[in-house]
Design a protein. Structure first.
Length: 422
């Protein structure tokens, strides 16, 4: 019997069965593609050993790295967090591990190093995921207040790593500051430690930050800085009155774990050391552009064109040392005060010379050109600067380009992230 000799009713029945099967298969395929999913690709190699870079340029990257313990680099994309190694490789390398989620988008990433390291990612569906960077496995997952609804890291992921909105670390907690609550989580287990109503209304919430033991937020309506003890969730006394500006100082990444802060009010600018739950006046930290490095406040008469650095005791202001360029380097144009690290202060000159000065002694540790040989000499602005140990990351943008410009016009080149050693 052939298809043509079958009764019409039978043929329609067969066609109906086949069509239903095809629709079911298409639906199953669509579900598999579009259904919410989380894909963890763990590491297949041992956790890399630390690599200390030599002074000078390392390479140019497409994506901005968050460098953890001199061992790995962490990257961010719209729906993925991943790591590679070694940290001194000139380009991106094959991923050591990765976490990909769908359809949620990545909002922010923070990392804690040391003996119990963790990489914490915040997602648009409110999920907070703790990844063990040694293995790439998910250590914990918690439902938190969403901190955004869309990825904002642009092509490099720099803002997602270096300025994650509402996501912070302290000495012993991960803090999520949403529009309704401030919540602390255990970085090892993801367990919620405490939760409080947001100390400032959404419309009044200005700059916020953490130190090793505090969460601080500028209440722009009240003109004061609200504080919370991040170990216990207990409120701390407010800082200042009539405060118009809050500037975190020398934070390792974003506004997290900052050792100091500058507050501007009716009587001028006041520098404060953030030590435990205390906010201790620091007269030298009040100076514009002053940084903290190795427990020393470093100031410059003009932070945009440095001809002298002064290292001072952060509490008394006593002068500990002074640095000036040697006569042999007098021809080098004055550099800008770029950042303060754990043990050094960094200057960047207009001719792309990176200078590292010891925070302890004021001695010059290194001086090197960071111009890559294969790149044209091109002026650029910096949208973000990240330092970790002796690594320095510069996210280079086209001079004068507005933040609203498309990535092709905003960034100075297809590989805008300059990685260098100090």
């Amino acid at each position: 019997m052939t298809w043509r000799t079958l009764p019409r009713g039978t043929r329609f029945a067969v066609i109906g069965v086949v069509a239903a099967a095809l629709l079911a298969a298409a639906g199953l395929t669509a579900w598999r593609v579009l259904a919410p999913a989380e894909v963890v690709t763990p590491a297949r190699k041992p956790y890399p050993e630390p690599v200390i870079p030599a002074p000078g340029p390392i390479g140019a990257l497409v994506s901005a790295p968050l460098i953890l313990d001199d061992r790995i680099r962490i990257f961010a994309d719209e729906r993925q967090v991943w790591a590679d190694a070694p940290p001194n490789f000139k380009y991106e390398n094959s991923a050591l591990w990765s976490l990909r989620r769908w359809p949620a988008q990545l909002i922010g990433v923070v990392a804690r190093g040391g003996p119990s390291p963790v990489v914490v990612s915040s997602w648009s569906d409110g999920q907070l995921v703790g990844t063990d960077p040694r293995t790439g496995e998910t250590a914990w997952q918690a439902t938190a207040e969403p901190l955004g609804d869309a990825y904002a890291g642009r092509r490099t992921g720099a803002a997602t790593l270096y300025q994650p909105p509402g996501l912070f670390t302290t000495a012993d907690a991960v803090v999520v500051a949403g529009s309704a609550h401030v919540t602390a989580y255990d970085p090892a287990t993801g367990a919620q430690r405490w939760q409080l109503a947001a100390p400032a209304d959404t419309a009044c919430r200005g700059t916020d930050l953490t130190s090793a033991g505090q969460y601080l937020v500028h209440d722009t309506c009240a003109g004061t800085v609200r504080r919370i003890d991040t170990a216990t969730g207990a409120p701390l006394p407010d800082l200042g009155s009539g405060i118009t500006a809050v500037e975190p100082v020398s934070c390792p990444a974003g506004h997290a774990s900052c050792p100091g802060v500058r507050l501007t009010g009716p009587s001028g600018t006041e520098g404060l050391l953030l030590d435990g739950t205390a906010a201790i006046p620091s007269p030298p930290l009040s100076a514009p552009g002053a940084v903290l490095a190795g427990g020393i406040v470093v100031t410059a008469p003009d932070p945009a064109a440095v001809t002298r650095l002064d290292g001072r005791d952060p509490r008394t202001g006593e002068l500990r040392w002074t640095w000036q360029p040697s006569p042999d380097n007098a021809a080098t144009p004055p550099g800008r005060l770029l950042a303060g690290g754990a043990d050094r202060v960094l200057l960047l000159t207009p001719d792309q010379t990176l200078i590292a000065v010891s925070a302890e002694s004021g001695k010059e540790l290194s001086r090197s050109s960071i111009q890559l040989r294969h790149e044209l000499v091109t002026p650029y602005d910096l949208s973000q600067v990240h330092t970790s140990g002796r690594y320095v990351v510069l996210v280079r943008t086209t001079p004068g380009a507005p933040a609203t410009a498309p990535d092709s016009d905003y960034y100075v080149s297809p590989r805008p992230v300059l990685l260098t050693g100090s």
